[in-house]
Design a binder for this molecule. Structure first.
Ligand code: EPZ
Length: 433
């Protein structure tokens, strides 16, 4: 396994480009299966999750060709309806195959997606959407079996206990594009990634109204064609670089960062005194000479504060003066990063689904363990600001969702290196690593 060694204290300066969005690209790969014709996806991020999804599509029978670093050609002329357990169980986003396979082949067999350290990841809303469209859904030996010879449009309510479901909405929309008749999806997720999916489906010939809203209306069509589609920039990656500038008192330009996708987050940055200017398709970030104010944020479905930025923003809160409060309304137990930040001298207490962070004291470098994708980013941000060396272990979590993270940080002046785990000082080796 590999580790990151970070020597803290550098002020980040310069410019960095956000890659394409992981959480847009994964459903878009699945959407390509809706047509037997070839599609090309551009601005695809270079991530292990993307390569994984390509492997799953290949197992389904699609011909996949990577044309260059960020362009993939998908030819799903002949595909089967069952996805391999060994692959599906490792990536939750593979649940997005449910809608396209059900719509195109009128049947699907998808192993239940794996668990996740960030909390319970049910798919009851996905399955209910398929049933509302006339499919028969059964769970047999851990495999979701869908039979949908009688697929037809219907009204679907996608709201759950914690608000809308993003990939559940993606599945419902994709299945409805080929369901004869009209489908209305109420309480649909309206994340930018869903809007991007609707744009790709429209270019394939789908008839979708209400794009970007919580009420989506779809007129089913006989078939869909192939397309060429460019993935939107990754708003979570872009915001992570905003936080990297803020936590190191730096000044950076983030290219291809859509401010209109980050409203709630940018409001919190403004509360903290961080100056973020939207310049065309770029974000210019200038910290405020270390005088960061404490802030409050509550994670909610879009357009609320993104849960995928909660861990990284906790790291920033350690650097503000006073008490900050971050409350999770989407994944109540998404706090695996807190014990690791405590190892770095952070003062944080967990009260129910809120993290209360007393900032102001400098962080100190330490060996820490990444537990999931966004926690990894949080620990790296903390390491950039900490005094001394921080060793982040299990960075394979990071590689799932951040394209060339260490190279982009190095270009901004950070002292971060990707090393084999054996390079860690012996005193640091944790037996369970
Ligand atoms: C997407 O996951 C993202 N992943 C997640 O990003 C993100 O954290 C999440 O949306 C919320 O924004 C991808 O898009 C690949 P949900 P998804 O279904 O769609 C409950 C990252 O770090 N729920 O929107 O799987 C669920 O328990 C990842 O990039 C049900 O109750 O999340 C949760 O509380 C992590 N029943 C809430 O909805 C269901 O059937 C949101 O989950 C489905 C979900």
């Amino acid at each position: 396994m590999e580790v990151f060694r970070i020597r803290g204290g550098e002020t980040l300066e310069g410019s960095v480009k956000a890659s394409g969005s992981k959480n847009a690209a994964l459903p878009l790969f699945a959407a390509a299966l809706l047509s037997p014709e070839e599609s090309v996806l551009e601005n695809v991020p270079n991530l292990s999750d993307i390569r994984f999804m390509a492997e799953i599509l290949t197992e389904l029978g699609a011909e996949i060709e990577r044309l260059d670093q960020t362009t993939w050609k998908i030819n799903p002329r002949s595909i089967v309806h069952y996805a391999p357990y060994e692959l599906v169980r490792k990536m939750r986003a593979s649940v997005c195959l449910l809608g396209p396979l059900t719509a195109r082949l009128k049947r699907a067999e998808i192993p239940m997606p794996g668990g996740c350290v960030i909390g319970n990841r049910p798919i009851d809303l996905h399955l209910r959407a398929m049933e509302r469209l006339g499919a028969n859904v059964e769970l047999k030996a851990g495999v979701i079996q869908v039979e949908a010879s009688g697929l037809k449009g219907n009204s679907i309510f996608m709201g759950g206990r914690h608000g809308s479901t993003v990939t559940g909405t993606a599945n419902a929309i994709m299945a409805a594009t080929l369901a004869p008749g009209r489908t209305t999806i109420d309480s649909a997720a309206c994340e930018p990634e869903i809007t991007d999916l609707c744009r790709m489906l429209t270019s394939m010939g789908a008839k979708i109204e209400g794009i970007g809203s919580h009420m989506i209306e779809i007129e089913g069509v006989e078939s869909l064609g192939g397309c060429r589609h460019s993935v939107i920039p990754d708003r979570i990656e872009a915001a992570t670089y905003v936080l990297a500038a803020a936590i190191t008192n730096g000044k950076i330009l983030i290219r291809q960062a859509r401010a209109d996708h980050l409203g709630a987050f940018l409001n919190v940055m403004s509360d903290s005194g961080i100056n973020v200017e939207n310049v065309g398709n770029d974000l210019s970030v200038e910290a405020c000479n270390g005088d960061l104010k404490s802030f409050e944020a509550i994670t909610l479905p879009y357009p609320g504060f993104p849960t995928d930025l909660q861990a990284q923003t906790c790291a920033l809160a350690c650097r503000t003066n006073g008490l900050s409060i971050l409350t999770e309304r989407v994944y109540p137990s998404r706090f695996m990063h807190i014990p690791e930040l405590l190892r770095m001298g952070a003062e944080i207490s967990l009260e129910g689904t809120s993290a209360i962070i007393r900032g102001g004291k400098p962080l100190t470098g330490a060996p820490v363990m990444a537990s999931d994708l966004r926690a990894s980013a949080a620990l790296i941000l903390a390491g950039l600001a900490a005094e001394g060396e921080t060793w982040v272990q299990r960075i394979y979590h990071l590689d799932r969702g951040y394209d060339s993270f260490e190279r982009k940080l190095q270009a901004l002046g950070a002292q971060v290196e990707r090393l084999p785990e054996s390079e860690m000082p012996k005193a640091f080796h944790s037996p369970s690593a």
